[in-house]
Write a protein that binds this ligand. Structure first.
Ligand code: HEC
Ligand code: HEC
Ligand code: HEC
Ligand code: HEC
Length: 112
């Protein structure tokens, strides 16, 4: 009985999560070259959305708080921290060129 209840409680969560799962992949422009983040691949690898969306997926992108709310670390810094800390553990890329492609420079990053 308890198991059935647990099952029913857990069921809606993944369904809701799939409603808006964000981009399949996206590019971050940067002075060190574009970073392509394979969001969908990472969702499959990591499983739990909250590992990255630590305040909940419904709170939106990291830049909704980091770089906006005073006292919080900048988006670039928390992304580095989050991405690289996990990569140390799982042997994902940790060298600059493992994420940044120096061949792909978007000149607009120099505008600011
Ligand atoms: C695991 C992937 C990853 C690795 C490894 C990595 N970066 Fe990044 N880097 C990113 C991401 C993601 C951003 C976020 C860009 C943003 O916020 O728009 C970023 C942003 C930056 C930025 C800020 C953007 C800019 O144009 O000012 C700099 C500078 C930077 N990285 C330098 C480096 C250097 C130097 C190394 C190696 C020591 C490195 N990164 C390693 C993923 C990575
Ligand atoms: C490995 C880290 C990671 C995992 C795991 C992950 N995401 Fe993301 N997600 C990101 C990053 C990084 C962004 C871009 C946020 C930014 O740049 O501000 C993003 C963006 C999004 C966005 C767009 C937010 C917006 O308003 O811009 C949605 C929706 C989203 N993710 C849903 C999900 C769901 C649902 C899951 C779990 C099935 C998930 N994500 C798992 C890292 C992750
Ligand atoms: C709703 C606001 C909000 C959103 C959205 C958000 N964060 Fe945060 N973040 C916080 C707050 C508040 C803290 C400080 C308290 C804590 O650690 O939870 C924090 C802390 C962190 C830290 C620890 C920083 C440190 O140096 O100890 C990391 C890493 C981080 N966030 C990464 C992310 C990433 C990556 C995303 C996007 C996928 C994200 N955050 C989205 C509010 C947010
Ligand atoms: C919780 C763990 C985790 C987090 C957080 C994470 N990654 Fe990964 N990442 C992985 C794993 C696992 C792999 C696959 C490693 C392998 O098998 O070679 C990977 C591989 C990659 C690769 C290699 C190309 C690919 O997609 O296979 C890139 C680039 C990458 N990650 C970028 C990022 C960026 C940028 C972030 C932060 C926005 C990030 N990752 C956050 C676990 C993570």
């Amino acid at each position: 009985m308890f198991r059935l209840l647990l099952f029913l409680l857990l069921l809606p969560a993944p369904l809701m999560a799939l409603e808006d799962s964000g981009y399949a992949a996206f590019d971050y422009a940067s002075r060190w070259g574009t970073v392509t983040f394979t969001h969908l691949e990472h969702q499959k690898r990591v499983g739990n959305c909250m590992v990255c969306h630590h305040q909940g997926v419904e709170m939106g992108g990291c830049g909704n708080c980091h770089g906006v709310i005073q006292g919080l670390p900048q988006r670039k810094d928390v992304l580095h921290k989050k991405c690289i800390t996990c990569h140390w553990k799982v042997r994902g890329p940790t060298e600059c060129a493992g994420c940044h492609d120096p061949e792909r420079l978007d000149e607009r990053v120099y505008d600011d």
